[in-house]
Design a binder for this molecule. Structure first.
Ligand SMILES: CC(C)(COP(=O)(O)OP(=O)(O)OC[C@H]1O[C@@H](n2cnc3c(N)ncnc32)[C@H](O)[C@@H]1OP(=O)(O)O)[C@@H](O)C(=O)NCCC(=O)NCCS
Length: 192
């Protein structure tokens, strides 16, 4: 993986374009119950064949509607997660953000916080968008803490949402230019 272009780099994580060869790793993560319990498409542990189809139909064909990155530890460049901006609507100036830190030994090291802070700058500084939204379940306190620290604010809650056997609240958070945690200036550190 040494020749992969680093699109955005922080002090803890570096973001590179997603790779088809990493599909088995993405699949391993989303099929881990401790990881997928917090995902809004939980239960979507598909077959590896379906995961490749998802990659080919969404990530590989994403022209303008999404950007998809692998998350590596800066130290050693181990692949530890993935993240994306999707539903990019240039006319409305909006996008949605999602991420997974799939390697559980990396939780609580600030990787999600830095990833979100860096990734949230990209649509503003590089794509010229005005608002990024995300959806997170209320029980996913680790994720909510990371999103808040990165600059996202809660804007509303959707109540009584079914999530497997649970009925939960879906927290909706968003961010606008100027609210991202000041980790780095994408104009000088990001490439398109
Ligand atoms: C949720 C997730 C992205 C968080 O990643 P992470 O790298 O561990 O997050 P960070 O270390 O940047 O921040 C987590 C913060 O939550 C805090 N935290 C941990 N457990 C917590 C809890 N039970 N309640 C409140 N805060 C908690 C940590 O202390 C940390 O804050 P700190 O830096 O001030 O100490 C990661 O666990 C993950 O990918 N989970 C599975 C997929 C998922 O849920 N994705 C999000 C879908 S919306």
């Amino acid at each position: 993986m040494p020749n992969l272009p680093v699109i955005i780099k922080g002090t803890k994580v570096a973001l590179t374009p997603q790779q088809r060869e990493n599909v088995p790793t993405y699949w391993k993560w989303i099929c881990d119950p401790e990881v997928n319990v917090g995902l809004t498409d939980a239960g979507a542990c598909m077959s590896i064949k379906n995961e490749y189809e998802w990659y080919d139909n969404n990530v590989a064909k994403a022209i303008g509607s999404s950007v998809n990155f692998d998350i590596h530890e800066v130290s050693g460049m181990r692949l530890v997660g993935d993240c994306s901006l999707f539903d990019i609507e240039h006319a409305a100036g909006t996008a949605e953000l999602g991420l997974i830190i799939g390697e559980k030994d990396c939780w609580n090291r600030g990787y999600a916080t830095e990833t979100v802070a860096l990734l949230a700058r990209y649509p503003f500084d590089v794509l010229g968008l005005n608002n990024v939204i995300l959806h997170v379940y209320d029980f996913n306190e680790r994720a909510i803490a990371a999103y808040r620290k990165a600059g996202f604010r809660e804007v509303s809650r959707r109540r009584a949402v079914r999530h497997g056997a649970l009925v939960v609240q879906e927290v909706i958070m968003d961010i606008v230019p100027g609210e991202t945690a000041g980790l780095m200036d994408c104009r000088t550190h990001c490439s398109t």
